[in-house]
Design a protein around this ligand. Sequence first.
Ligand SMILES: [Zn+2]
Length: 96
Amino acid sequence: MTGLPFDPLHPPAEPPPGCPMPTLWRIAYALHQLHRADGNRCACGARHPCTHRRAALRALVEACGVRLPVPRADIFDLWHGILLVSPPIRPHDPNR
Ligand SMILES: [Zn+2]
């Protein structure tokens, strides 16, 4: 991939300057970090890069405003992965 505002092999923890969706970046980054390579296996035990890692990378790209054609399976894996990541920001409830 070219023209990305970050190195896809080593994305930074903080969103790149001008990133339009920094919250999505941070959630996707946390997921990306959970699914590190351990030899030719992912930390989750699947073959590396696993579906969660690939979905997280797609989300990092999308967070930068770059539209990608995303297969349905990847969207499912992304949301499944996000549910496994502790949210970095708790939603504000104005009724409390
Ligand atoms: Zn994994």
